[in-house]
Design a protein around this ligand. Sequence first.
Ligand code: SAH
Length: 248
Amino acid sequence: MDIPRIFTVSESAHRIHNPFTAEKLAALGASLRMEPGTRVLDLGSGSGEMLCTWARDHGISGTGIDMSPLFTEQARLRARELGVADRVTFVHGDAAGYVADAKVGVAACVGATWIGGGVAGTIELLAQSLQDGGLILIGEPYWLRLPPTEEVAQGCRAQAISDFLLLPDLIASFDALHYDVVEMMLASQDSWDRYEAAKWLTMRRWLDANPDDDFAPEVRAELTTAPERYTRYGRDYLGWGVFALMAR
Ligand code: SAH
């Protein structure tokens, strides 16, 4: 079971597979005022940077589920590197339908809401693992401004304009689900650049090291087009944020 190879090639050197810097991830962790010992569930945990650094900085414990064997292994290595391997566990698997055995204080899905079939379905899934009064974290893109055409939306790697909402409408959608938005951390253009532009050197180095790999043409095509596509479309149109929610 794995995710499409382009992600594990282009993001192999990323610790955070989202448009957040380490500083933003740390600021989000501090903003949530988690008590030591808080249990955190993370669906689509990637290379585990959120759980590992929050375990180090705030004494939380956690479980992450991720479909990528490579990212899951990187997460386990990171836990050992930060000395938190006794408190965080990373499971390789499909997080769709995953409900924790013991209820958690924080249930997160940061940049992978297709796991629950969209934002509303993911909130419903996470809520099944959450203790009363717990926090749900949702990381999700939104439009900084509406794309004028479907073609522009596709340039942002959306399937359609209707995939995402404007920020106030995304916030309103949480309200409609009877959740209070109690915290929020948004990506900036700089932090988006760290996510997107860092892929380009990784891809170039991979191509130089693997010129005869069957997958090389796909990586070559991506490296050739990604910088222009990102600067023409995504950089001006797409926002991203993590929203902390509490049920009313
Ligand atoms: N939350 C992490 C990773 C976000 S990228 C971070 O912020 O760094 C999206 C992640 O979802 C990838 O690591 C990918 O492997 C994972 N993923 C995709 N589909 C999944 C599924 N069905 N179940 C579990 N993980 C999935």
